[in-house]
Design a protein around this ligand. Structure first.
Ligand code: GRG
Length: 304
C-alpha cells in the first residue's frame, strides 16, 4: 500500500535536491572564477557561498516562482541573488566585531580561513554582485516589475531591513527584550530577507494579482518569524556538529532569544502557531502553493 505522506515527502525531497542543485549551479556561474584577479578575494567569495547551506531562501524563491508560474531560469537568478545577500550577512555576522564566530556551514568562517579585511571585502562584493545579477538580464515580465525586484531586495537588506535588525541585535546584547521587541528585531534581521526571497520569486512570474501577492507577503512574514523561532530552539537543542555552526552561542553571548524570553515549550508552541498562520495565508493560492506549504513544514520541523 502506498502511504500518501511518504510519497509526498520523497517527492518534496527530490524537489529540494533538484532546486538546491539549480541554485548552486547558478551561483557557480555568477561568482567570478578564483583564477581571475583579485584571485584571493574571488577565492574567498566562492569559499563563502558555494557548497554549503540549506538554501532555504532560494527554495522559497523557487516555490513562490512556481506559485506565480515563473520561468525557472529567471527564478534561479532571483534565488541566487538572495543567497548572495544571505552569504554576505553570514560572513559579516561572523566577524570579530559582530558575533565573532569561527565555524560556519561546518568549516572555518571566512575571516578565519582568509583574514578579516578579506572577509569584509567578501561581504561588500557579494552584496554588489547580488544587485548586478538581478539587473543584468530580463527576469520579470516587464521592466517595472524587475525594478520592483531591485527595490524589494535593497529594502530587505538595508538599514530598515536586515542590517537594521542586526544593529538592534547588537544593541540588545545583554539586555532583556519584551516579546514584541524581540519580534520587531527578528522581522528585520532574519524575516526581511526571507520575505524578500518569496516576493522576488513571485515577481518573476505573471499569474499573481495584487491580492495573491499580498497573501504571499503575509506568508513570507510568518515563515520568516517561524524560521527564527526554530533557529533559537536549535541553538539550545542541537549540537555544533549537526548545526555546522557553534551551538549555544546565543546564551554564551547573553543574547535575548525566543527561548530566553519564552522558554523551550512556549517557543515550540509559537513556532507551531506561526506555521499555522503561514499555511492559512497560503490557502487562497490553491494547489500552486504546494511547495510553499511543504517548505513551511520543513522550516518548522528542521533539525539544523
Ligand atoms: C551583518 C548586515 C549583517 C546582517 C547579519 C542574518 C544575520 C544578520 C546574521 C546571521 C546570524 C544568525 C545566526 C541569525 C539567525 C538566523 C539565521 C540567518 C541563520 C542562518 O541561516 P540558515 O540557517 O543558514 O538558513 P544556511 O547556512 O543554511 O544558509
Amino acid at each position: 500500500m502506498i502511504c500518501p505522506m511518504q510519497t509526498t515527502t520523497a517527492d518534496f525531497t527530490d524537489w529540494m535536491s533538484t532546486h538546491q542543485a539549480r541554485v548552486e549551479q547558478t551561483l557557480e556561474q555568477v561568482l567570478p572564477s578564483a583564477t581571475i584577479a583579485p584571485t584571493r578575494l574571488h577565492e574567498a567569495m566562492r569559499y563563502s557561498v558555494l557548497g554549503g547551506g540549506k538554501r532555504v531562501r532560494a527554495l522559497l524563491a523557487f516555490a513562490a516562482g512556481e506559485a506565480a508560474a515563473a520561468p525557472i531560469d529567471a527564478t534561479a537568478v532571483a534565488a541566487a541573488a538572495v543567497e548572495l545577500i544571505h552569504a554576505y550577512s553570514l560572513v559579516h555576522d561572523d566577524l570579530p566585531c559582530m558575533d565573532d564566530d569561527t565555524l560556519r556551514r561546518g568549516k572555518p568562517t571566512c575571516h578565519v580561513a582568509f583574514d578579516e579585511a578579506t572577509a569584509l571585502l567578501v561581504g561588500d562584493s557579494l552584496q554588489s554582485l547580488a544587485f548586478q545579477v538581478l539587473s543584468e538580464r530580463a527576469l520579470a515580465p516587464d521592466p517595472a516589475q524587475q525594478l520592483a525586484m531591485l527595490r524589494i531586495l535593497a529594502a530587505a537588506a538595508g538599514s530598515r531591513g536586515m542590517a537594521g535588525g542586526q544593529a538592534i541585535d547588537l544593541a540588545s546584547t545583554g539586555t532583556d527584550l519584551t516579546l514584541p521587541e524581540l519580534e520587531y528585531m527578528h522581522i528585520h534581521k532574519t524575516g526581511a530577507l526571507i520575505r524578500a526571497a518569496v516576493m522576488l520569486g513571485a515577481a518573476c512570474g505573471t499569474n499573481l494579482d495584487p491580492d495573491g501577492t499580498a497573501h504571499l507577503d503575509r506568508f513570507g512574514k510568518f515563515a520568516g518569524l517561524a524560521f527564527q523561532v526554530v533557529d533559537d530552539l536549535l541553538d539550545v537543542q542541537a549540537d555544533t556538529m549537526t548545526l555546522g555552526k557553534t551551538a549555544g552561542k546565543d546564551a554564551a553571548n547573553n543574547k535575548p532569544t525566543y527561548v530566553s524570553v519564552l522558554g523551550v515549550g512556549q517557543s515550540r508552541a509559537l513556532a507551531e502557531e506561526l506555521r499555522e498562520e503561514a499555511l492559512t495565508a497560503l490557502e487562497p493560492l490553491g494547489p500552486g502553493a504546494r511547495r510553499l506549504r511543504e517548505l513551511t513544514d520543513f522550516i518548522v520541523l528542521r533539525t539544523h
